[in-house]
Design a protein around this ligand. Structure first.
Ligand SMILES: [Ca+2]
Ligand SMILES: [Ca+2]
Length: 143
């Protein structure tokens, strides 16, 4: 009986003190909000370009590795400059940045897949197939 209460006391102590020990560990310092140009992109990544309007110039660029697409960029008004960037998280839509008036500055940001797809379908319907994916993981690659 005494042994059992000791086990309970000990496991309580480990359980309660655990977080303190975890805090004491030295974690490598990580940059918080990295500015846009320093965001890691094509490191060990493959690139696939797709020509949506079949004019011989690629309009969508996918950055992917063996886990799936990490980032997709598109030039939706065919002026040679990207105006939509999609970031994925674990094979799913994460967020999207849009330069809707094509002045080179991001003016819309989507964190919600449904809202982004609705915007895409309304404004750039011909990109539905190349940007409106639900699954961005490797097994679902559509190129
Ligand atoms: Ca094109
Ligand atoms: Ca553009």
């Amino acid at each position: 009986m005494k042994k059992i209460s000791w086990i309970i006391v000990l496991s309580c102590a480990v359980f309660c003190l655990g977080p303190y020990f975890a805090d004491a560990q030295q974690l490598p310092e990580q940059p918080k909000n990295m500015p846009e140009p320093e965001r890691p992109k094509a490191v060990l990544m493959k690139i696939k370009k797709v020509d949506v309007n079949k004019d011989g110039v690629a309009d969508v660029t996918y950055y992917y590795d063996n886990e799936g697409v990490k980032q997709a960029e598109a030039d939706t008004n065919f002026d040679g400059k990207k105006d939509v960037t999609i970031y994925t998280v674990n094979g799913k839509f994460g967020s999207a940045e849009v330069d809707s008036n094509h002045d080179g500055k991001v003016d819309k940001k989507f964190d919600n897949e449904k809202e982004f797809k609705a915007w895409l379908n309304k404004n750039n319907r011909q990109f539905n197939d190349s940007l409106g994916w639900s699954d961005w993981s490797y097994k679902a690659l559509k190129f």
